[in-house]
Design a protein around this ligand. Structure first.
Ligand SMILES: Cc1ncc(COP(=O)(O)O)c(C=O)c1O
Length: 418
């Protein structure tokens, strides 16, 4: 290093201490709630176990899959591994947008439902959560973002972190938990149906109101269909593209996590239709921007995992995965029936793996959490984990082994004092 004059050195040091040449953090992170709720749940459970050693805790709190991958899917994943074990079939980086075979199979998956897409409109990713956080970056920073309250937190937090203005759409019991349309003009609207945490599904009519709004206000809907395969009611939409005109105003995000047990395997997809239009841009621009984003910042989903995805979409794979979904939905039935019998008011759980329980009496969500833990040794998620709109509610999850679910429900029925 060359000699620096003392005067210059002093100036440089001063600038540093004033913070002028130092790195700074994105202070928007200070605006989002910390992972307080989930660490608080952990803390309370830990304290309870310490006070009551040997007592078994039953968990109905998490949205994580528990059942083994199906045989066809395991074969598919193994096929992926085998290909990598042989130089003749080995592949390194693949297309950032995803394996063209998988994109084609997903196009066929939509075609079976009467919705046509070119494979180029479907982008494979490592999951719906990252896609729903990343998608916002291709839209203007001054876009106003509408999310529901309660909300699956990534939609709100990722946009707050990006510095975008976030407004809330209430989901009230009196409206069947359908979100209200944005009160002020929104540019991006995040909707998830079937809903996490509420477990309800928007009807075609309710979804059409959002499509109509988006078309009128030139907004874009980001529709998360991660639980679409949990819908058994044929009248309910499993894709936003079942609503005429949605291709011009909606992106759809989906996942293999809950459809095939890929929570830890990681695979998802996002549909960005060529027909999608935004202010001042031609058709195809949003698709090309997402392509640009993915090719710049993502190196493609795992080739092994994509082989697994192809197996999920095979006839045999779909049949097996349907059975797995049915297993979790049977759990949902056990929970909903069990707690309803006691006179508790419960929503959802019929076309989604979550049950939204109305907290009895005037208790808060946290008070009910403590009561359920103390009296029945069951852990759930306070509604406030998903925003203020969740106060007075409680989420129970149907992901778990059937025996454990039955045991938890029995314990609630036997021990919870109402
Ligand atoms: C609504 C919703 N979208 C997305 C995800 C996560 O999907 P992935 O595992 O593909 O990231 C979840 C997980 O709980 C979810 O509830």
């Amino acid at each position: 290093m060359g000699f620096i004059q003392p005067r210059l050195l002093r100036r440089r040091l001063l600038a540093t201490t004033k913070g002028k040449t130092m790195a700074t953090i994105n202070t928007n992170y200070n605006k989002v709630a910390s992972a307080y709720v989930f660490s608080e749940i952990g803390k309370r459970v830990k304290a309870f176990i310490e006070k009551n050693p040997g007592v078994e805790i039953m968990r109905l709190g998490i949205g994580n899959t528990t059942e083994a991958l199906t045989p066809t899917v395991v074969e598919g994943l193994m096929e992926g591994v085998k290909k990598l074990a042989d130089t003749k079939t080995y592949t390194g980086y693949g297309d950032e947008q995803g394996d063209s075979r998988l994109r084609k199979e997903l196009a066929a998956f939509y075609e079976n439902r009467g919705i046509s897409f070119e494979p180029e409109e479907i982008f494979i990713s490592d999951g719906a959560k990252p896609d729903s956080a990343n998608i916002s970056s291709i839209f203007g920073s001054d876009n106003i973002v509408a999310v529901t309250d309660p909300v699956y937190p990534v939609y709100s937090d990722s946009n707050v972190i990006a510095g975008k203005k976030v407004v809330y759409m209430e989901c009230k019991e009196e409206n069947g938990f359908a979100p209200t349309l944005p009160k002020e003009k929104a540019d991006l609207i995040f909707i998830c149906s079937p809903n996490n945490p509420i477990g309800t599904v928007l009807t075609k009519k309710q979804l059409k109101a959002f499509v109509d709004y988006a078309k009128k206000e030139k907004a874009v809907i980001i529709f998360d269909a991660a639980y679409a395969e949990y819908i058994s009611d044929k009248n309910l939409p499993r894709s936003i593209y079942e609503i005429p005109g949605a291709k011009s105003c909606a992106v759809e995000i989906n996942s293999f996590s809950k459809l095939a047990g890929f929570t830890g395997v990681r695979l998802g997809w996002t549909v960005v239709p060529m027909d999608l239009v935004v202010e001042g841009e031609e058709k195809g621009k949003v698709n090309s921007l997402w392509n640009r984003r993915q090719t710049t910042m993502f190196n493609g989903a795992s080739n092994i995992v994509q082989e697994g995805g192809l197996a999920v979409l095979s006839k045999k794979g779909q049949k097996e995965c349907k059975k797995m979904v049915g297993y979790y939905m049977n759990n949902a039935k056990i929970i909903k029936r069990g707690i309803s019998k006691m006179g508790l008011k419960a929503f959802g759980g019929e076309n989604a793996p979550y049950i939204w329980l109305k907290v009895p009496g005037n208790m808060s969500s946290w008070e009910f959490f403590d009561k359920l833990l103390k009296e029945a040794q069951v852990v759930g998620t306070p509604g406030t984990a998903f925003g203020q709109g969740g106060e007075g509610y409680f989420r129970l999850s149907a992901f778990g082994h059937k025996e454990n679910i039955e045991e938890a429900v029995k314990s609630i029925q036997k021990n919870l004092k109402l």
